[in-house]
Design a protein around this ligand. Structure first.
Ligand code: SRM
Ligand code: SF4
Length: 564
């Protein structure tokens, strides 16, 4: 713990916020600015809301001495990514009437609304609330949206995994009424004194906290990237319990080698009935032992590195009152989505729709499908959308709509496995383009892949506009991380199943250099790969990148000059 160092300013903002109220309600009424006070900007995150500005307009407005073009981003809380068609329509309406007209499916199975101006913000949140949707705890120093394997075609295990995600998410939800009070009721409670946060306390978590539930053999949730992961262990079609994974995380800062991505450690097995308690106690250990002085070292991965895994496990088991059973055998095959139609074990059909980088721009097709009011809409951790539970006799109707709206077009193996974070123009932390650039880069790489006969081979490529890792780029076979406008660090050698991080291959490269670096590798892979060998594995075997030999932190065994 960091007893000697003063707490970070965020700690007093939280402590003095009257359980996350701050002066947000007052700030929303102020017309002299499109923004909110600095402290309130930290607190709105706990309500799933970020103050942003349109960075495309920043320079021009600066020249004209105008305030930045402030806009808000709101993020839904959707445990397991499951929405009804009615909720989809409500979300779409909010995007059209209060946002920038697009919906952004995220890597944590939810929806972000961009471009909401201050005067529209309450209307937007109320519009969502009317469809039983909320943005509570979608950001901030709390447990975030719990994500879960998307497999509605295996109806029983999907229900079990989704149920656990919902149970954990519900259990760890902040208890404060502040969200309802500020955004919905408008009624003042008596200063919040009567409230309590039995799990979090007044200062909540040291930092964000993330949980995922995986169901082997698919690792679509990237379970090793989370503070806490549960890997379902299935026997005879039933889930008998979960292996527990702790201490994953993706973010780092360029040039600061004591910040790093880390894959989580499997520490043992718990029964299904114990899982919610395990989640609560991992949260309380991190609440009490996490670094509250330096927010760059405040995630659970750093707590575990500092305490040591054995000491962490001992503290956790002490709080649980029992030891974990030894972890059970499991194996993953991929961390991707399988696109297109699949029939489920109960006869229903499911269609996984490719949504490039999660951005739904043309709302019409999905609007028409949602209006049929069939089945469920399930957002995947790969930014795609499953139209789930379609009765066999309605399949042709959906198929016809997908076709008439051009939603069922085939894409290459690289494109269907590509993820990009949002980055410019809305993300305040972006150093380079991502969502607006990756599709073009993929097009250039597709030409080469076509030439060498790899057009339909699944290869994962993930880009982010900065090293925070929102598209989990360090777990991709090809990772691209923004350094400055037009320049990226290129990482290679991640595993296709999300169990191994990649390594730095080229520093500060632009589009031409990225293509030039990858083309010989694609050629070599096409000519010399072993049967079934994945691109990331080939990159290591062929000696293009070294395999990690020590530990599960990103910089393990890398010389200092290669650590940024
Ligand atoms: Fe993220 C911050 C977008 C998933 C690591 N992330 C941000 C912010 C809110 C920027 C900010 O703080 O001002 C971005 C908003 C951009 C915008 O304009 O919309 C942002 N993160 C996203 C999304 C939308 C990326 C996407 O394209 O899908 C994902 C939304 C998830 C959600 O629905 O909750 C998103 N972010 C992730 C993930 C992946 C995951 O959770 O599986 C990570 C890596 C895992 C992790 O947390 O370690 C991630 N985001 C970060 C970090 C680095 C955190 C760290 O402790 O290292 C930041 C910066 C921060 O927190 O200070 C960040
Ligand atoms: Fe923004 Fe960086 Fe996250 Fe991309 S990775 S959305 S640039 S914080």
């Amino acid at each position: 713990m960091s007893a000697a160092r003063p707490p970070s300013p965020n700690e007093s903002i939280k402590a003095n916020s009257r359980f996350l109220r701050g002066t947000i309600a007052d700030g929303l009424t102020r017309v002299e600015t499109g923004s909110l006070s600095d402290d309130d900007q930290q607190l709105t995150k706990f309500h799933g809301i970020y103050v942003q500005d349109d960075r495309d307009l920043r320079a021009e407005r600066g020249r004209k001495k105008l305030e930045k073009a402030f806009i808000f981003m709101a993020r839904l809380r959707v445990p397991g990514g499951v929405l009804t068609p009615h909720q989809w329509l409500a979300a779409e309406r909010v995007a059209r009437e209060r946002g920038n007209g697009t919906l952004r499916l995220t890597t944590r199975q939810t929806i972000q609304f961009h471009g909401i101006i201050k005067s529209n913000l309450r209307h937007a949140i109320r519009g969502l609330n009317e469809a039983m949707l909320d943005t509570i705890a979608a950001c901030g120093d709390v447990n975030r949206n719990v994500i879960a394997r998307v497999n509605p075609w295996q109806s029983r295990t999907h229900a079990e995994v989704a149920e656990l995600a919902g149970a954990i998410g519900g259990h760890l939800l902040p208890k404060t009424r502040a969200w309802h009070e500020i955004w919905i009721d408008g009624e003042k409670h008596s200063g919040g004194e009567e409230e309590d946060e039995p799990i979090y306390g007044r200062t909540y978590m040291p930092r964000k906290f993330k949980i995922a539930v995986a169901l082997p053999p698919h690792n679509d949730v990237d379970v090793f990237a989370h503070d806490l992961g549960f890997i379902a262990i299935e026997q005879d079609g039933r889930i008998v319990g979960y292996n527990v994974v702790v201490g994953g995380g993706m973010g780092m800062t360029h040039g600061e080698a004591d910040t790093f991505p880390r894959t989580g450690d499997v520490i043992g097995f718990c029964s299904t009935g114990q899982a919610v308690d395990v989640a609560e106690q991992v949260v309380t250990v991190q609440r009490d032992f996490g670094d509250r002085s330096d927010r760059k070292h405040a995630r659970l991965k750093y707590t575990i590195e500092r305490m040591g895994l054995d000491a962490f496990r001992a503290e956790l088991e002490r709080r649980l009152g029992h030891a974990f059973e030894p972890a059970r055998e499991f194996a993953f095959t991929d961390n991707a989505d399988r696109l297109g139609w699949v029939q489920g074990d109960d006869g229903a059909w499911h269609y996984t729709l490719f949504v490039e980088n999660g951005r739904v721009r043309d709302l019409a097709g999905l609007h028409a499908i949602a209006e049929l009011d069939i089945g469920r809409f399930i957002i995947t951790p790969n930014q795609n959308l499953v139209l789930a539970d379609i009765p066999a006799d309605r399949k042709s109707e959906i198929a016809a709509l997908l076709q008439s709206h051009g939603l069922d077009t085939a894409v290459s193996g690289l494109r269907r496995n590509a993820l990009a974070c949002v980055a410019l123009p809305t993300c305040g932390l972006a150093l380079a383009e991502s969502e607006r650039y990756l599709p073009n880069l993929v097009a250039r790489l597709e030409d080469e892949l076509e030439r060498v006969g790899l057009a339909q081979d699944d290869i994962t490529i993930r880009m982010t506009g900065c090293p925070n890792g929102c598209a989990r780029p360090y777990l991709a076979e090809i990772g691209l991380v923004g350094r400055s406008p037009g320049l990226y660090n290129l990482y290679l050698g991640g595993a296709f199943d999300g169990t191994r991080m990649n390594k730095l291959y080229r520093r500060d490269v632009g589009g031409d250099a990225i293509v030039a670096a990858l083309v010989p590798l694609f050629r070599g892979y096409a000519e010399r790969r072993a049967p079934g060998e994945r691109f990331g594995d080939y990159a290591i075997r062929a000696g293009h990148i070294r395999a990690t030999t020590a530990g599960n932190t990103f910089h393990a065994d890398l010389p200092p000059e290669l650590r940024s």
